[in-house]
Design a protein around this ligand. Structure first.
Ligand SMILES: Nc1ncnc2c1ncn2[C@@H]1O[C@H](COP(=O)(O)OP(=O)(O)OP(=O)(O)O)[C@@H](O)[C@H]1O
Ligand SMILES: [Mg+2]
Length: 221
């Protein structure tokens, strides 16, 4: 808790006025529920950092340590995400929520590349990254949360090779979720023996194809 407060003091936070201006100007649409949202009308000085199936995440040049995550209209989950951050406390593999209102949150920026993009860019993923993500998830469990929807776009590797968990919005959902267990298996059974020596960049068409097949597979077993 003390480190959490220290982080908040250390980071320069944007004024509510400019965050509200972003939230009121940008258009974020969820067209297909299982695919990332579509973003348009981004105001000057903001930049799109990433998208998920529920929300879009922005950075501002003058505030390098924070991101603003905005939920698409009609997509639920904002209140749950705020509640998860309250319950999580501080752990250096997770972000922190500094402020939240309406459909947006100001979060600590985690610097790294998602494991999905590591596969796309052919960046080697060391075993330590997987182990650190596992221990971060154990920490979340110790706080009474249930890691859920931990997939390749929700975990990252920092430049120093640290494992990070970037999206914890579903950690109040206690229904069964196989995503991280299956990714762990795929890492040890497929990635380590076959791909880790010379990681080849994999096009998004292949990665998205695997994602679609995986979804069907998990629905049918
Ligand atoms: N705190 C952060 N620091 C750096 N990048 C972030 C942060 N939060 C999100 N991102 C980036 O933005 C992307 C989308 O954010 P996020 O995963 O939180 O959206 P979502 O819609 O809740 O995702 P999902 O489809 O998994 O539910 C992430 O994959 C990541 O690349
Ligand atoms: Mg996500």
């Amino acid at each position: 808790m003390i480190s959490q407060q220290r982080d908040r003091d250390r980071f320069l936070l944007p004024s509510l006025y400019i965050v509200r201006e972003l939230a009121n100007t940008v258009k974020i649409k969820s067209i297909q529920p299982h695919n990332p949202v579509i973003v348009s009308h981004i105001p000057q000085s903001w930049q799109l950092l990433g998208t998920g199936n529920y929300a879009a995440v922005f950075i501002h040049a003058e505030y390098p340590d924070i991101v603003v995550k905005i939920y698409a209209s009609g997509r639920s989950g904002w209140a749950e995400e705020v509640a998860v951050y309250k319950q999580l406390g501080y752990h250096d593999s997770f972000s922190q929520c500094f402020q939240a209102a309406d459909n947006w949150l100001i979060l600590k920026r985690l610097h790294g590349v998602t494991l999905y993009d590591c596969l796309h860019q052919g960046i080697k993923i060391p075993r330590q990254v997987i182990q650190e993500i596992n221990s971060a998830l154990e920490y979340a469990k110790s706080r009474g949360l249930t890691p859920h929807d931990v997939h390749g776009r929700n975990v990252m590797m920092s430049a120093e090779g640290k494992g990070l968990v970037v999206d914890i919005s579903d950690f109040l959902d206690s229904s069964p979720c196989w995503a991280w267990k299956d990714l762990n298996k795929a890492y040890y059974w497929i990635y380590q023996p076959l791909l880790s020596w010379h990681p080849l960049p994999l096009p998004y068409s292949i990665l998205d194809g695997v994602r679609a097949i995986y979804r069907v597979y998990r629905k049918t077993i």
